[in-house]
Design a binder for this molecule. Structure first.
Ligand code: UDP
Ligand code: GLC
Ligand code: MN
Length: 349
């Protein structure tokens, strides 16, 4: 089947890792369709090389960004403005029908039957079930629809700042018009829903075909012990992600994706903190602050996958003055004795 495809999106290397796990999971379940990943210029060359090993097509598109801070703050997810980039999927007119899947989804069985559905089919959003969740949807590429969507964005904006707001306003009769466009929830099981209706999860969860790690915390934010094949963390309190699904994600990531990423130099053993080399635990956290004394002596290696956070924006001289007046001088940096002395010297000269 060359005229139908699964499509995902990665605007950076972090989501690239999610896309790779999704791609491998589709291949593991023997999809007969093409795999396409949309990327933006920010994705590194080595990540592109790895994506090419898993996807049939790696296509670069421009970033579309809502910059809609008001709506995105309401969702507490300022990073989701770029999800409008997803709309580019309608331009894949070399395919007659596609399934879009977020890079934070994982396929648990073959889902090729979704291609029997029509545009726009999707599963309900767990937060507001009269809206569909745009993490998994069936669509028909068309330049005309793409143009209409972009026009719609510019004229009306998105009520959530991201693609899901736009798509729900655009395909506005989804909730009521045609029940065949309502995908069963098992095609987009958000981990959030598991805890909000646990008995239903116990009853139906075994039928799940796609898990969606929706929310701020993603599988790649966890650490994993490849010896015991378990994700580390306190799942009672902090997490809405189900440990079994996290373990499945990490199993694929550690066995099929990490070797590809290491080969291309996308990831390197962390140079900070822990120097031991036996490669038992992987973590995507930036610093090796996760290392305990015991782990180091056991020879556990942490892998540093997330780039260092950007430096804080420089403060204006007005802000600096204010801080100084409030007694918050930056003694170690800008306001250090050395700097003050330099300033005095330059005045005296
Ligand atoms: N995405 C991306 N870069 C970003 C944020 C999002 O490529 O910085 C893509 C990615 O495919 C992701 C999708 O947009 O899965 C939607 O974002 P996310 O899954 O984080 O939203 P959620 O499902 O948690 O609301
Ligand atoms: C949602 C969806 C995601 C979408 C985002 C922004 O929560 O899960 O796919 O990109 O909202 O609209
Ligand atoms: Mn998602």
């Amino acid at each position: 089947m060359t005229d139908q495809a699964f499509v995902t999106l990665a605007t950076n290397d972090i989501y690239g890792k999610g896309a790779l796990v999704l791609g491998v999971s589709l291949r593991n379940h023997k999809t007969s369709r093409q795999l396409v990943v949309l990327i933006t210029p920010q994705v590194s060359q080595s990540m592109r090389t790895v994506l090419q090993k898993v996807f049939d097509e790696v296509m670069q598109v421009d970033v579309l960004d809502s910059k809609d801070s008001a709506h995105l703050t309401l969702m507490q997810r300022p990073e989701l403005g770029v999800t409008l980039t997803k709309l580019h999927c309608w331009t894949l007119t070399q395919y007659s029908k596609c399934i879009f899947m977020d890079a934070d989804t994982l396929v648990l069985s073959n889902i090729d039957e979704l291609f029997e559905r029509k545009e726009l089919s999707a599963a309900p959003d767990p937060g507001w079930p009269d809206c569909f969740n745009s993490g998994v949807f069936v669509f028909s590429p068309s330049n005309e629809t793409y143009e209409k969507l972009i026009k719609f964005c510019t004229e009306k904006g998105s009520f959530d700042g991201g693609d899901q707001g736009i798509l729900n306003s655009f395909f506005s009769n989804w909730a009521t018009a045609d029940i065949s466009k309502h995908l069963p929830f098992i095609y987009n099981l958000s981990s959030i829903a598991i805890y909000s209706y646990l008995p239903a999860f116990k009853q139906y969860g075994a039928n799940a075909k796609v898990v969606h790690f929706l929310g701020k915390v993603k599988p790649w934010n966890y650490s994993y012990d490849s010896k015991t094949k378990t994700v580390q963390g306190d799942f009672q309190e902090s997490s809405t992600l189900h440990p079994n699904y996290l373990n499945m994600w990490w199993e694929i990531f550690s066995t099929s994706v990490i070797p590809l990423l290491t080969e291309q130099g996308v990831i390197k053993p962390s140079e900070t903190g822990c120097k031991a080399l036996s490669g038992l635990v992987y973590t995507l956290a930036f610093s090796c602050g996760f290392c305990t004394e015991d782990e180091i002596s056991e020879g556990v290696m942490h892998i540093n996958l997330t780039p260092p956070p950007p430096p804080p924006p420089p403060i204006t001289s007005e802000e600096r003055k204010q801080k100084w007046e409030q007694g918050q001088a930056d003694y170690m940096g800008e306001d250090s004795f050395d700097n003050i002395q330099k300033k005095l010297d330059s005045f005296l000269k």
